[in-house]
Structure formats: C-alpha cells, structure tokens
Design a protein around this ligand. Structure first.
Ligand code: IPD
Ligand code: CA
Ligand code: CA
Length: 260
C-alpha cells in the first residue's frame, strides 16, 4: 500500500510542476539531436518526483530519463519519465504526462500515468486490473486491422532500416487505415488500454517511455510484445501493444507483410 501511495503522490507531484510552468517561460535545450529536447520543467518535475520517492525509499534503485540510473542494491526499481511528450509540452500542446513504473525483482508491478491537462490518471497493479480515474478500463474489441484506429511514434533521428517506421506507416496509410501520432508513448499506451486506439506500435523506445503503459495495457486485457512477437521487455526498443485481437495482423505488417 505504501508503494502505491508513493507512486500516486510522486506522479501527481511531477504533474503539478508541469501544470505550474505550462504557460510560463522556461528554457529548452537539445540532447542527442536537435529536436530531442529537454526543458527546465523536465528537471523540475524529476526533482519533485525524486523528493517523494527518496524520502520514503532511500535505498531503492531509480532509473529516470534526465538523471540516468541511480544504482542501488534493491529489489525495487522506479522507472521514471518526468515528462513524456516533451516536444508537445515545449510547444504548448497539452498531450503529455508523467509516467512512472515500479519494478520488483525485474517484474513490473505497478504503473501510473497522469496527464494533468486532461486530468486523466491511469493506474495498474499486476493482477488487479487497470483504471482511468478509478474506473476499470478495457481494451477495444475490434478484430480487423483494416477497420482499426492505430497510433504510432517516430524516433528523433531517422531510423533507416528495412520495415522501419516510415515503411510500416506508409503501408498502413496506403490501405486507408487511420494511424495517429500523438507524441507521447505513455499516453498512446494508455489510450490503447481504455479502447480509444486498437493498437500502438513504435520502433525505438526507452524503458521510461513504456514501463508504466505496457502494464496498464496488459491489465486492461490487451497484449504487448516486442516487434517480432516476443514477450515484452521494456529494455529493448520495439513495441506492439494491442487489444489482442488484431495483434498478429499488425505484427505481420510491422515485419514486412502486406495488409490483409
Ligand atoms: C518521446 C515520446 C514520443 C516517442 C519518442 C519518445 P519524450 O518521449 O514518448 O511519443 O515517439 O520515441 O522519446 O522524449 O517526450 O520523453
Ligand atoms: Ca518519453
Ligand atoms: Ca521525457
């Protein structure tokens, strides 16, 4: 219970910072590439989250986007994205969130994602289902890829590989399948979990982008795998998260097959 409470408080603390600075001036700098941005607010959100977690659990391992790993001998690891959707945030687009997953002995136990602008709080605990603002959520029941509504994301630097993001996107769009691009992987996952999207796929994510969201999809009755269909592991780059029913159809296209 104390873990859940801490997770909720930490998520809310980061989100309060996002809200506070949204319409104010803040510094924006580039990281790995010109458009891989970090704002002053990412750091402030991270600091607010750390303060809550470290006060209760000073010996837990923390992996957070802006600070990297804070290695500790512990069964618990907090995986933190202090703002997922930083480009949206920096441009005043209110599709962004705080995302925090809590791993125990290498297994994701809990996840929380909060978008303070839509006031949508997604939460899941392994084995106990997933909720949006405390109401149980479920994935959609569509069973045809050709009638589905999808979402994806693109990496900051062009990924030039066979069946890369552009090729897969083109195949789907050429068949008239709607593929949205919101700019926040954590929100993409949560919107699959609550049935707004039928599936999400992306080629290159980091553990903090998906740690909470993948558990939220699984606990909503969905399926999450790597791009080739293996059991999902947030420490490898690719992801397919779906309602389960269209998973293999999408996996086929992501791996070079035609839309059938
Ligand atoms: C990004 C978002 C985006 C995804 C990128 C991520 P950030 O996270 O989740 O949707 O396409 O791959 O890096 O940088 O806004 O925390
Ligand atoms: Ca992110
Ligand atoms: Ca981030």
């Amino acid at each position: 219970m104390i873990h859940k409470q801490t997770l909720i408080e930490a998520t809310m603390a980061g989100a309060a910072i996002m809200k506070e600075y949204f319409d104010k001036q803040f510094t924006v700098t580039s990281k790995s590439s010109l458009n891989d941005l970090v704002t002053e607010v990412d750091h402030k959100s991270e600091a607010a989250i750390f303060e809550i977690i470290k006060k209760r659990f000073p010996n837990h391992y923390i992996l957070s986007e802006e600070s990297g790993p804070i290695v500790q001998e512990s069964n618990y690891k907090w995986i933190i994205d202090p703002i997922d959707g930083t480009i949206n945030y920096a441009n005043g687009i209110p599709i962004c969130c705080v995302s925090i997953g809590l791993e125990r002995d290498g297994v994701m136990e809990m996840g929380a994602v909060y978008n303070p602008f839509l006031q949508e709080f997604f939460f899941a605990q392994r084995g106990f289902g997933a909720t949006l603002n405390e109401k149980r959520i479920h994935v959609s029941d569509k069973d045809k890829l050709t009638q589905s509504c999808l979402v994806t994301g693109f990496p900051y630097t062009y990924l030039d590989a066979p069946n890369g993001p552009i090729q897969v996107f083109e195949k789907l769009v050429r068949k008239g399948i709607p593929v949205r691009r919101l700019g926040s992987a954590a929100i993409d996952l949560c919107w699959v979990a609550c049935g707004r999207f039928d599936a999400f796929y992306e080629h290159k994510l980091q553990a903090w982008d998906s740690a909470a969201g993948f558990l939220i999809v699984e606990e909503s009755g969905g399926k999450v795998t790597s791009l080739n269909g293996d059991t999902y592991n947030p420490y490898q780059p690719g992801i397919i998260a779906s309602n389960g029913r269209i998973h293999e159809q999408l996996q086929h296209v992501v791996n070079g097959g035609e839309v059938e």
